[in-house]
Design a protein around this ligand. Structure first.
Ligand SMILES: Nc1ncnc2c1ncn2[C@@H]1O[C@H](COP(=O)(O)OP(=O)(O)O)[C@@H](O)[C@H]1O
Ligand SMILES: [Mg+2]
Length: 267
């Protein structure tokens, strides 16, 4: 028997009602599967529905059409069982709590005993040893993102959803965080769906990269990333990496020849 995919979207559409009284079709005909333990990156132009997909998988919203299942069941069930980890672009830490207590917060929200050994192990894993007692305003942006990722992992989620977690960071810190995330994922083996607008980040981290169309978003291309693991900074200098990066970047740009009305004559 085949195990159900960790995440599956089949024929998913999503309509939002717009302020003017009409509606916005955010997603249309989205088919997507993520296998257990797989790392999938989702890239696409701004507003194509990437965050909407994560919200559907997290059970925070429901599709207008089609189905979303996590481990073959209702996403809300996984969320209720606290088996889902979620980290956003904005780390959203509680400013009055130190690193330890921010990471331990999901234990309190889940109403279970705080496993401070697990918190300590995660602080090591994300490279924050020595900062246990620091508050968010004493940390750099990259350190705050590490806290957010540790917090997302603390309940040992079966599925990790990351929505542009490094979008607010400078290029050097982002690269360091990519290495950290690869290390964490390799150690924890958690099924991961990462939304990013950085093609190099997607290619560096993922087993597969899914490319979305402009709104209404759907998957237009799926690329299996051919690079072995562990991946190091040297990969970013390889010609094969750049060739694939260029190809995916082009896939993100809508074909202007299909939309001649958008080309403005130069006056
Ligand atoms: N709660 C909402 N109500 C109305 N429109 C929404 C809502 N959430 C998202 N949208 C619209 O759906 C589209 C996709 O949004 P989103 O998933 O945030 O895109 P992305 O994350 O790819 O930038 C956008 O046009 C956005 O304005
Ligand atoms: Mg988004």
């Amino acid at each position: 028997m085949f195990a159900a995919p960790a995440i599956q979207l089949a024929g998913v559409g999503k309509l939002f009602s717009a302020e003017a009284g009409g509606s916005v079709t955010a997603l249309s005909g989205v088919d997507l599967k993520v296998a257990t333990g797989e790392f999938v990156a989702l890239i696409g132009p701004s507003g194509c529905g990437k965050s909407t997909i994560l919200r559907l998988v997290a059970g925070l919203d429901r599709p207008s059409d089609g189905s979303v299942t996590v481990h073959g069941g209702d996403p809300e069930a996984l969320s209720r069982a606290h088996k889902l980890g979620f980290a956003f672009q904005d780390a959203a830490l509680l400013p009055w709590l130190d690193v330890r207590n921010n990471i331990a917060m999901p234990f309190r929200l889940a109403g279970v005993d705080q496993n401070m050994d697990r918190v300590a192990a995660l602080i090591d894993l994300v490279g924050l040893a020595g900062f246990e007692r620091a508050r968010p305003d004493e940390l750099s942006g990259g350190m705050r993102q590490r806290v957010a990722i540790a917090r997302a992992l603390v309940l040992e989620p079966e599925v990790l959803l990351l929505d542009e977690p490094f979008g607010a960071l400078d290029a050097v810190t982002r690269r360091q965080m990519n290495l950290e995330l690869q290390r964490i994922w390799s150690a924890a083996g958690t099924t991961t769906l990462l939304v990013t607008h950085a093609v190099d980040e997607a290619l560096f981290l993922a087993d597969r990269v899914l490319v979305m169309s402009p709104r209404p978003g759907h998957i237009v291309e799926a690329v299996t990333v051919p690079f072995g693991r562990p991946r190091g900074p040297a990969l970013l200098r390889e010609a094969a990496f750049h060739a694939l990066e260029d190809r995916l970047t082009e896939a993100l740009i809508p074909d202007v020849t299909d939309q001649p009305e958008r080309i403005q004559p130069i006056a």
